[in-house]
Design a protein around this ligand. Sequence first.
Ligand code: MF3
Ligand code: CO
Ligand code: CO
Length: 266
Amino acid sequence: MPSIATRDEIRLKTAGEMDAMAAAGRAAARTLLALKEHAQPGVKLTELEELAISTLRDNGARPGLLGYHPGFSQVTYLHATCLSVNDEVIHGVPRPIALNAGDVLGIDLVAVIDGWFADTALTVIVGPTPHNPRAEKLLEVTEKAMWLGIERCWPGSTLGDVGYAIQHHVEKNRFSILKQMVGHGVGTAVHEPGLDVANVGRPGSGMRIREGMTFCVEPMVTAGRGDYKHRKNDPWAVLSKDGSLGAHFEHTVGVTKDGPRILTLP
Ligand code: MF3
Ligand code: CO
Ligand code: CO
């Protein structure tokens, strides 16, 4: 998402509050996997959206994006998922278009249980498909960058350490970060104010990471350049400006004294 960092207090979470977020995170992760399985050629994005709503419900959760009005937007979001195809990197709106074999599909969703929010995303290549080394590499590098960022989420490290780890891995592989898009605090809302998790940075710079912080680590990467654009009549989808493929992986992470705790596991 675009930066909304303000000077608001950061809401630190107790271990019990992280447990509550992990319950929402389990529903989110299970739903994400159901959609990943179901993302086959001929399936419409709107069918995946319906599957997300029913799977979240079956897991005791409500969709956190449906009816959400983010601070960076003029309008309310009317869907449970963001489904981003090919050059759409993030925030693609579910439409009644069918997937094709070889499409690169980003799936992003938020689950809420008892007022606790968890946000997670992944990107898949819709199969069966001929070997597509460039798309496969893009996904592999973006996911690995997310994990390298997450590994830096220890008390005493900085958000610059996280951003550096992500940026270094992506650029070493000659892909590009969408630099204007950042991760965010999460827990009592989809986007909690107070901190931005940039996907670029310098080691030791930026805000110090503290025990109890809960935020999303979510690199948004393109196979081309790192500039983005919008379509004329769609305020949501963020597309690569040069038409290159995009990828996005995301976990909600809680910082404990023993390091990062992934709160969006199935
Ligand atoms: N889940 C997205 C994120 O990772 C937020 C989507 S905002 C919406 O931050 F408005 F598009 F729903
Ligand atoms: Co998300
Ligand atoms: Co997010």
